[in-house]
Ligand binder design. Structure first.
Ligand SMILES: [Zn+2]
Length: 104
C-alpha cells in the first residue's frame, strides 16, 4: 500500500522550499523527493531512531489524514535537521530515477 502526496518542503540540497513528492508505505513515510533537484531521501526508520526519539518519529513520519500546515512545518524542520548520513540514496541515483520518470 503506497500513497503519494505533494507539498512544499525545505530541500537540503536547494537550501530553500521546493515542491516535494512524499511517498508513504502503509502508514509510514518512506521517501521524500524534491521536484526541483531530484534529491531523493529514503526514510530508514532504524537509522532515524539512532538520532531521534520515538516521539519525533511518530509525529513526523506517521501519515496524517491530510498534510496540515502544522504537519508540513514539522516535516520541513525535521528535514532541515537531518544529518547527512540518513540520506541513504546518493544524488546520482536520484538523478537516474528522475530521468526514468521523465521518459514516461
Ligand atoms: Zn531540491
Amino acid at each position: 500500500m503506497t500513497a503519494q502526496m505533494k507539498t512544499q518542503l525545505f530541500c537540503l540540497h536547494c537550501n530553500r522550499e521546493c515542491p516535494h513528492t512524499i511517498t508513504y508505505v502503509g502508514t509510514y513515510l518512506k521517501q521524500v523527493r524534491c521536484q526541483e533537484c531530484g534529491t531523493h531521501i529514503e526514510m530508514d526508520r532504524r537509522k532515524i531512531l539512532e538520532t531521534y526519539t520515538a516521539e519525533v518519529i511518530d509525529r513526523v513520519l506517521t501519515k496524517p489524514h491530510r498534510i496540515t500546515e502544522e504537519a508540513r512545518k514539522d516535516l520541513s524542520n525535521f528535514m532541515r535537521s537531518l544529518p547527512i548520513r540518513i540520506l541513504t540514496k546518493p544524488l546520482r541515483v536520484a538523478r537516474e530515477i528522475i530521468e526514468v520518470v521523465r521518459q514516461d
